[in-house]
Design a binder for this molecule. Sequence first.
Ligand SMILES: Nc1nc2c(c(=O)[nH]1)N[C@H]1C(S)=C(S)[C@@H](COP(=O)(O)OP(=O)(O)OC[C@H]3O[C@@H](n4cnc5c(=O)[nH]c(N)nc54)[C@H](O)[C@@H]3O)O[C@H]1N2
Ligand SMILES: Nc1nc2c(c(=O)[nH]1)N[C@H]1C(S)=C(S)[C@@H](COP(=O)(O)OP(=O)(O)OC[C@H]3O[C@@H](n4cnc5c(=O)[nH]c(N)nc54)[C@H](O)[C@@H]3O)O[C@H]1N2
Ligand SMILES: [Mo]
Length: 754
Amino acid sequence: MTEIHRPKTAAAGVTGVRVALQRSLSSMGISRSARTLLRVNQIDGFDCMSCAWPDPDPEHRHTAEFCENGAKAVAEEATKRRATPDFFARHSIAELDGHDERWLGEQGRITQPMVKRPGGSHYEPIEWDAAFTLIGEHLNRLGSPDEAIFYTSGRTSNEAAFVYQLFVRAFGTNNLPDCSNMCHESTSIALAESIGIGKGSVSLRDVYDAQCIVIAGQNPGTNHPRMLQALETGKRRGAKIIAINPLREAGLVNFRNPQKPRGVVGKGTDLADLHLPIRVNGDLALFQAIGSLLVEWDALDHDFIEAHTHGFEAWAEHVRNVDRLVVEQATGLTWAQITEAARMIAASDATIYCWAMGLTQHRNAVATIKEVANVALVRGDIGKRGAGLCPVRGHSNVQGDRTMGIWERPPDHFLDALQAEFGFDPPREHGFDTVDAIRALRDGRASVFVGLGGNFIHAAPDTPVTRRALESAALTVQISTKLNRSHLSCGDTALILPTLGRTEKDVQASGEQFVSVEDSMSAVHASRGPLAPASPYLRSEVAIVTGIAHATLGDRHGIDWPSFAADYSRIRGHISRVVRGCDDYETKVDRPGGFVLPHPPRDRREFPTDSGKAEIAVSPIDVVQVPDGHLLLQTLRSHDQFNTTIYGDSDRYRGIENARNVVLVHPDDIAALGLVADQPVDLTTRWEDDDVQRVVRDFRVVPYETPRGTAAAYYPEANPLVPLDSTAVGSNCPASKSVVIRVLPAGEVDRPGA
Ligand SMILES: Nc1nc2c(c(=O)[nH]1)N[C@H]1C(S)=C(S)[C@@H](COP(=O)(O)OP(=O)(O)OC[C@H]3O[C@@H](n4cnc5c(=O)[nH]c(N)nc54)[C@H](O)[C@@H]3O)O[C@H]1N2
Ligand SMILES: Nc1nc2c(c(=O)[nH]1)N[C@H]1C(S)=C(S)[C@@H](COP(=O)(O)OP(=O)(O)OC[C@H]3O[C@@H](n4cnc5c(=O)[nH]c(N)nc54)[C@H](O)[C@@H]3O)O[C@H]1N2
Ligand SMILES: [Mo]
């Protein structure tokens, strides 16, 4: 039964520590837990796979440099449970598909390569070489390389990502969609246009030195808990914190630092000085209003604007005309609240602007993020100590994968370098991103799908459409650690290729290997797993990718694929010559703490845009219109999941226990809709571009402090409501935080065919 408690105000503390230990002990046992957890984020250890928040300098690391949710992620991978061929023989695919995502994950690590043959009802074991040959045959039979899609999830190491994109381009396509297309793509596009590089401009030290920190559309208490420690340090040194979020998320409000005895049991630190409970999708209007006040007060860095920016006058003219009523309506905030936030920014000589999915997953996301950049630029808050733009990435190596060339729209300089290094002509035409890949599969323009990690079906929008798209493929290949939905809605022929995870030792012909990763602040470093592999049959991602490449291409273009798998330093040699900023990669990456990639705006206030200056862009205020009787739904993460991997049913900080099929609605809206708390309801989407009935059934209504007219539900359960074509302008990122819905008593929506 759904249990609803008062939402918590403080994050972490003693419960966080207890939960972390319980989870680890129950899936790993005592000695394995100790061996693993003490190596997380240590110099000679492995990079935690739960988020991309950076690690402190080597001399400032704690013995326990992980958080509750990091411990859950480690336990999930280092579990002692196994899904063996025997398991797959006992359960048909149809039967497995009847279980939820949590149950699938609980079956443990997959131990051997498995295949489902055309018409087959079960997965059965297959030898590695036979699996590679099968893939090579399928790929080489295609009419064009563009009929294959090569997806990547952001856990993949730099080495695996580099050989993967090399293989895909040597094969002849740029069809390299990745999870970033559903995540920070809007950031990458907006920042590339504004400041000339799609990455954030701050370091951890800047967070400690900031005078003001803005946190918009992010829930760090759950998704980046180690960020709270950095915020606490910044706060202790005098920073003011502004939280912009429809919800009063626990970690943003108060934090009990589990690294300190006082924090485990004590009162904790009040983090946010100001919380703006903004309406979902209101941030573009908010940042424009803040801009208008800064102009009105002349709280501007004129020297910076003069020397480094372009477009200021047009923008100033635009924001001077911002209509207060429109802003108040769009944001649900009072002008006084907005003025207070603007005053705090105006009073600070160094402000950091952080954001995550609450800003990126809207139709107007690119414009919104450019508006955040505008505020930073007119304040001169970039390329200076304690200030800058700080998009907080999700997957632990999603930024590194992009650096290594996992990108459906690779820049010419990258392809030129690839050509010079390997001597073949890489394809120049852009490939499919995630949404276009689904369309191509749906429409029969693609028939092979390879997933390097991830859970495409439950991560992508419009679940039934994505499911049918994948099922229509001739071949689907999933390189995975654990069972998930994407193994069950599969192609005619389907392969599961089980891989080593970050926690495991990776021994190849030349000896023990390490891999490298890049965090959200462009720091690149080595990662080494301490544990014995979950099964002797597992192969590393590098070995699997190069195995597929060799079976498909042989020695075409003279690339010696097996030599890459034998010794990863050979891959790093190529990386050092192909990827900008990675010269001398082998040495730099293995130094304690690694190295930081160049970032011209951060390092020298240089902006590699066409004009050579930072672009201050003008965007009209464009806000999603919500008709009467409808709500604007955001889909978000509970405290007990990692993306599509569900650890449990406890969204502890929000006080919601034992239920995931819930919709959080303001009590007055519940009454206005004629509903009552805990009532079973169906949710439907209002989307006029097609006549598809999108619905999820048997959800419960939970009264929750969210702005009037807005609602929240968990991802991935709510993904069937997100229309495939509802994406951010400019980045094509699914607008999974701007879904216009109706909440109806259960059973009132027609069942198809009923
Ligand atoms: N434990 C754990 N850690 C994770 C993950 C995980 O699933 N579990 N996922 C990883 C990944 S891939 C990512 S991308 C990150 C995600 O990290 P977050 O971006 O923190 O993840 P979400 O749960 O999507 O939370 C979005 C936040 O934005 C707010 N929000 C929603 N709409 C709006 C809006 O219109 N305006 C504003 N201002 N706020 C809004 C929501 O209330 C919520 O607090 O976390 C990474 N780390
Ligand atoms: N509605 C809605 N949809 C969303 C979002 C949202 O907020 N709302 N968020 C979006 C975001 S931000 C993201 S990043 C995507 C996430 O999309 P994905 O990255 O595709 O999804 P994950 O759930 O992180 O993938 C989990 C699977 O990865 C595999 N795996 C785990 N570790 C490893 C490893 O080391 N190697 C390999 N090869 N496989 C491994 C396991 O089999 C596991 O089942 O979802 C997006 N979808
Ligand atoms: Mo993400």
